[in-house]
Design a protein around this ligand. Structure first.
Ligand SMILES: [Zn+2]
Length: 220
């Protein structure tokens, strides 16, 4: 089966009609002069990787892949018809998602463990990809259906993004309690927070409080 790519509107994460992409990020009320714009969505097929990693809202959830039924509905929403999904297949998807989250930390300058790379490769290598040649050039097309088609599309997205230089800009927020995947659209590509309005500012506020405590301790 050739996967029809449905475009960006299928790549959002929703629960009850609410878009969760920046739910965490826009919930902060502290806005300062340094607050930058919200990061843009990852471009093209890379948006699927971003949506997949962000199907868990850390630290407490919701998790859009919480059960086999929920995960099946999520896949369906992304355009991958999956009539059945076993508990084991759901667990494999969650493991892949978390391994991808760890892998994306590499794009934010962190060390990535060899076992993380292995876990991603092991799962993505099970998918079937085909190169389709046309007068317009070559295209990577995922074969199969359901989970296999989904992991094939993830693989194609990562290969293409690595080649066009967008992969390196898909990062995981450095706030340990957030770890939201975001696309760094900044000029210098050095953004490390998903949103300066929430994570960045919270972190700066914590640093400010810590400095203030230290100053008080010294002057006491
Ligand atoms: Zn964040």
């Amino acid at each position: 089966m050739v996967i029809a790519y449905h475009g960006r509107h299928h790549l959002s994460n929703t629960i009850g009609g609410n878009d969760l992409r920046y739910h965490r990020c826009v919930s902060g009320t502290h806005v300062d002069a340094d607050a930058g714009p919200e990061p843009p969505d990852a471009p093209g097929r890379l948006g699927l990787v971003e949506a997949f990693v962000n199907s868990l809202h850390m630290p407490e959830g919701p998790d859009l892949l919480a059960t086999p039924d929920a995960a099946r509905a999520w896949l369906q929403h992304q355009g991958f018809h999956t009539p059945r999904l076993s508990p084991g297949e759901r667990d494999d998807l969650v493991e892949l998602r978390e391994a991808l989250r760890d892998l994306l930390e590499g794009n934010a300058g962190h060390q990535v463990a060899a076992r993380t790379v292995h876990a991603v490769m092991q799962r993505l290598n099970a998918s079937a990809l085909e190169t389709v040649i046309s007068p317009a050039g070559a295209e990577l097309v995922a074969r199969g259906s359901g989970v296999a088609a989904f992991t094939g599309e993830l693989t194609a997205a990562i290969v293409i993004a690595t080649t066009d230089g967008t992969w390196q800009r898909l990062k995981v927020c450095r706030n340990d309690s957030c770890r939201w995947a975001f696309y760094d659209g900044s000029k210098n590509g050095r953004r490390t927070w998903c949103s300066m309005r929430s994570c960045g500012c919270q972190s700066k506020a914590r640093a400010y409080r810590a400095r203030k405590r230290e100053t008080s301790a010294v002057s006491a």
